[in-house]
Design a protein. Structure first.
Length: 163
């Protein structure tokens, strides 16, 4: 790989990650909440429950991606409209699906998210146990008892006597 290829790969990676970085030059900030601190706290609480659909590893409160800013603005508007936190979250789930939640509920469509790690761990544990038993069997089958001559030589070597 040449230096040019490395720089091109780094440039492409930077372009793909740009919406998720906090210090992007083009990122728009959410409009400041011009209402009481209690409402602002509600906006932050709801925003921290919702995942940024662009970054996927940040909440919309942490992300400066354009979609996250739009979602935060929607949350602000809904708080101003007097909706409860649960109504706002339900609206976002209805619109974007369970994926928008950081803690998706346990149901049939999200069961793999909850049970997948446990199943993978159990499969790994069973595979480890089977492999261990197989290796033990192979070692046992490949060993044979010492002959009288080999036993005498081993005793001699262990006692420190030399012929």
């Amino acid at each position: 790989m040449t230096i040019r290829h490395i720089f091109a790969a780094l440039f492409c990676a930077a372009l793909l990650a740009a919406p998720c970085l906090e210090q992007t030059a083009e990122a728009r900030e959410a409009t400041p909440t011009a209402f009481d601190p209690v409402a602002h706290k509600r906006v932050v609480e709801v925003s921290e429950q919702l995942r940024c659909l662009v970054c996927q590893n940040q909440s919309i409160a942490d992300s400066n991606a354009e979609l996250a800013v739009d979602l935060r603005n929607q949350v602000i508007e809904q708080v101003k409209a007097g909706k409860t936190n649960q109504e706002i979250v339900d609206y976002m789930v209805e619109r974007y699906g369970d994926f928008v939640l950081y803690k998706p509920p346990f149901k049939l469509s999200t069961a793999i998210l909850w049970l997948g790690p446990i199943c993978l761990f159990l499969v790994g544990l069973i595979a480890f146990y089977i492999n261990l038993r197989r290796r033990k069997r192979l070692v046992h089958e490949s060993t044979k008892p010492l002959t009288a001559q080999e036993k005498a030589l081993a005793d001699e070597l262990l006692s420190g006597r030399k012929e």
